[in-house]
Design a protein around this ligand. Structure first.
Ligand code: PEP
Ligand code: MG
Length: 837
């Protein structure tokens, strides 16, 4: 019942002993990261409303719901700990999202026994989630019965953001930071901030120009309209506030890869006075011709606004769930293909889809009678207007990501498939396409893309480049007036759309395209054959994979083997470690996918910055210089033993080679070799798999000769070797262009590795990203590398490159490269000696 001044007393929703948050057996709740609150260890089996209000959120699994009280306080009621894992079993919801409830009304009935047996704890939470507006004063201390006074919610002084909860004296920290993200805090940087904040239990907020937003809300963050070089205030509240603040300040002052790589914004459309040509901006190069196909967006009819709330809420809920599922699939595929940008873009979409600002706006409109379709469209449009109103091009471009979600959810609500029948080789034209449109069009073999609007830095443009799909943006509205089916030429590299190509031009475009295609087909046709240089030096072109499905793709693309299986895939994103049996099966599946070819399996390389929930390791001041790779054997030997045992049980064992990451001295290798011998004896094996060492720290390269004495092979990890040689973080976006493995210092280490290995007759491979770079192939072959482990789509092109090289000439010319002054100079020389057409 509301008290004076909007204050409110909450009644007990359950009967049982009362606990303070600090005594709740869950780190997140206990830290106050979800908000301040209290807990009850329930003795009854029904959750009751602690006040009158509206149910603004119900967990799909029925274990939690949030009520907005009439004074605006939002109270999360969460039954038990980790009860989400019951997937709704044992919970009977008695109310629906959007329902108005009275104080004491039964909300959820639950199976007390089942939760006690199957979950971590029955202790249930009552959390105030908008603590910046209210604070809590406990009333009950020992035990309560349903309906008895439990807590008082007191409104804070209007307009004051209070970073510290008055009665808990919670730790807080704040700092000012200047934003260096090119274009300001738009979707992807905002997603990075959100992700960074999620790594801590503290509640974090950004404050700018008199407004504040929680770092948990993408829309909220973008809505602040923070531009490049703007100064913002960051506040963090909670146990780990200092660490959270430090991480957020670093993330806010980062220069993004996007910013470095794609500075062009199609703000102004270039003028082209050539008759019959529309001029736009190149977003992805390529030359194509074909019939023009116009794509229109979904238009909704007038809304009578007299719909049944519950029904519409349910529609929206299931449409959102459907789209979430679709995006998760896209993410999974992107992950498998290591399409990092695609993954980032759709991860941001997923975050946007869960954004409380959008969901609340749509829910509120539905509560006022709107159809789910219109409510969703309007919620999106309102946020688009905010972004467009900021007057900053990059923010305006991100409105397109919101429109993407608008279209997707509308399609799901209307039960429409993405139903366009594209004519073969169509050049698609639209006002502005969305990222998911682009994926669909690419899957339907569109030949090219033209947009009236859009920018070269948009997500659509990034995706088009990744898909090799010629794309021109900012062509102006004239492009929408072209007759459907008209034959056009898209010369994307030059931003031109030729409206009336004659037959000669048409034929010329076809000729150029055919020559390119033929070359690719030729490479593909020979992808399964072994590759040797012109003077007969055999080079194995293997693949880097991270799962059996990727191994299958590699095999189909002609891989001579797996040069690096990153086994981390088995260990991350889960709550418990995979046991020996599960590991054995996973490794065997990769072996099976590769026919009779060899598979190099690297032992787990976690630790440092890659932490596992079930493997707590001490926090590191310098994670990449800490307990990672083989150094884990030092602290968790049983984990490595288990993996080695699983590896020793794959068959046939002679096809399996074991690779050790981050080795820096011979003893590490000798120790594992001895352990392998002992395990082989235990398992009564007479065979030993080959054992190799990754050369990814300078010490290992310098010690290659000593390592090669005891190793069967060496495999150079140029990603880490660059990082440690150049003292540049391999993931530092601002240094991305300079972390170049063609640096002469790296080449010297590679040369030393090869000569050290040769002294003991061992072969050397490269499994870092340099192996996939065709410009580097002649240098690596020249320095003595005999195996290149590349990303699966690159196999055919790298084999083709090898076949056109003379190894003796490579040897001679690459020696001179060691004396050059920079990676840039090496690249230039490579292009000169071995041009890439
Ligand atoms: C490397 O460091 O080059 C390498 C292949 O290992 P990862 O990229 O998995 O660290
Ligand atoms: Mg590495």
């Amino acid at each position: 019942m509301p008290d004076n001044n909007n204050d409110l007393t909450l009644s007990a929703p359950l009967s049982g002993p009362v606990l303070t948050l600090g005594n709740v057996p869950d780190d997140v709740f206990a830290s106050g990261a979800m908000g301040d609150g209290i807990a009850i260890d329930p003795l009854n089996d029904c959750l009751h409303a602690p006040c009158a209000g509206v149910v603004i959120h119900v967990a799909r699994t029925g274990h939690a719901l949030t009520i907005r009280a009439d004074n605006g306080a939002e109270v999360l009621l969460h039954v038990g700990i980790d009860t989400v894992e019951l997937q709704g079993e044992g919970f009977a919801l008695l109310v629906q999202q959007g329902a108005r409830v009275s104080n004491g009304q039964p909300l959820v009935r639950f199976d007390l026994d089942r939760i006690a047996r199957q979950c971590k704890s029955l202790v249930s939470l009552i959390i105030l989630t908008n603590g910046e507006q209210f604070e809590l004063r406990p009333v009950a201390v020992n035990a309560v019965k349903v309906g008895e006074a439990l807590l008082r919610i007191v409104a804070r002084q209007a307009g004051v953001v209070q970073p510290v909860m008055a009665d808990t004296a919670e730790a807080h920290a704040s700092a000012s930071v200047r934003i260096t993200h090119r274009g300001g805090l738009h979707a992807r940087p905002a997603a990075l901030i959100r992700k960074t904040a999620q790594g801590f239990s503290s509640l974090s907020q950004l404050h700018f120009a008199g407004k504040s937003a929680s770092c948990a809300s993408l829309i909220g963050l973008m809505g602040l309209g923070i531009g490049e070089q703007d100064e913002v205030q960051v506040t963090c509240r909670g146990q780990d506030c200092d660490a959270a603040l430090q991480a957020l300040v670093a993330a806010l002052s980062l220069t993004t890869a996007e910013a470095v790589q794609a500075p062009v914004i199609a703000a102004a459309r270039p003028v082209n006075r050539e008759a019959g040509v529309l001029q736009g901006v190149c977003a992805a190069p390529g030359l194509v011709c074909g019939p023009l196909f116009r794509l229109n967006s979904i238009e909704l009819p007038e809304d009578p606004r007299n719909h049944a709330r519950h029904e519409q809420l349910q529609h929206l809920d299931s449409a959102l769930e459907q789209v979430r599922g679709e995006i998760r699939n896209t993410l999974e595929h992107a992950r498998q293909r290591q399409a990092v940008e695609e993954e980032e873009i759709f991860a941001a979409h997923l975050a946007l889809l869960e954004d409380p600002t959008l969901l609340e706006a749509a829910t509120a409109a539905i509560e006022h009678g709107s159809a789910a379709t219109h409510a969703w469209r309007d919620a999106i449009q309102a946020q688009c207007a905010v972004l467009l109103g900021l007057g900053k091009p990059l923010f305006a471009e991100r409105a397109n990501d919101l429109r993407d979600l608008q279209q997707r959810v509308l399609r799901a609500l209307l039960g429409e498939a993405w139903q366009f029948e594209l004519p073969a080789g169509a050049i698609v034209v639209a006002h502005e396409l969305t990222p998911s449109d682009l994926l669909q069009l690419s899957a339907q073999n569109a030949a090219g893309i033209c947009m009236a609007e859009g920018g070269a830095t948009s997500h659509v443009a990034i995706l088009a480049r990744g898909k090799d799909l010629p794309c021109v943006v900012a062509l102006g509205s004239e492009v929408l007036a072209i007759t459907q089916g008209q034959r056009v030429v898209l010369d994307a590299a030059n931003g031109r759309l030729e409206l009336n190509p004659d037959d000669a031009r048409h034929a010329q475009v076809h000729q150029i395209r055919d020559a390119q295609k033929q070359r690719r087909q030729l490479q593909q046709a020979q992808a399964h054959a072994a590759a040797s240089t012109l003077d007969g030096v055999g080079i194995e072109v293997a693949a880097n994979v991270a799962s059996s499905s990727e191994a299958q793709i590699a095999y189909d693309n002609g891989a001579d083997g797996v040069g690096l299986l990153r086994t981390e895939f088995l260990f991350v994103d889960r709550r418990t470690a995979p046991d020996e049996q599960e590991q054995r099966q996973a490794y065997q599946a990769v072996m099976d996918a590769m026919g009779d070819k060899s598979v190099i399996i690297r032992t787990i390389d976690v630790g440092g910055d890659k932490q596992l929930d079930y493997l707590p390791l001490p926090a590191e001041a310098n994670p990449v210089l800490g307990l990672r790779g083989i150094r884990m054997a030092q602290v968790r030997p049983e984990l490595l033993d288990q993996q080695l045992r699983a590896l020793l049980q794959v068959s046939p064992l002679q096809r399996c080679r074991i690779l050790l990451p981050m080795v820096s001295e011979v003893d590490e290798l000798l120790h594992i070799r001895q352990r392998l011998d002992e395990l082989c004896a235990e398992l009564q094996l007479t065979q030993r798999p080959e054992l190799g060492v990754m050369i990814e720290v300078p010490a290992a390269a310098l010690m290659a000769e000593q390592l090669a004495e005891h190793a069967d092979f060496l495999s150079i990890g140029t990603n880490d070797l660059s990082q440690y040689t150049l003292a540049m973080d391999r993931d530092h976006a601002g240094l991305a262009a300079r972390v170049d493995a063609l640096h002469p210092a790296l080449l010297r280490l590679i040369a030393q590795t090869c000569s050290g290995a040769a002294k003991h007759g061992r072969w050397v491979g490269v499994c870092g990203a340099l192996a996939s770079d065709p410009l580097a192939t002649p240098v690596l072959v020249g320095l003595g590398v005999r195996e290149l482990s590349v990303s699966p789509p690159q196999i055919a092109a790298i084999k083709d490159r090898v076949r056109h090289l003379d190894a003796a000439q490579c040897r001679q010319l690459s020696q001179a490269l060691l004396n050059l002054s920079s990676a840039g100079a090496v690249r230039q020389a490579c292009q000169h000696h071995w041009p890439l057409s």
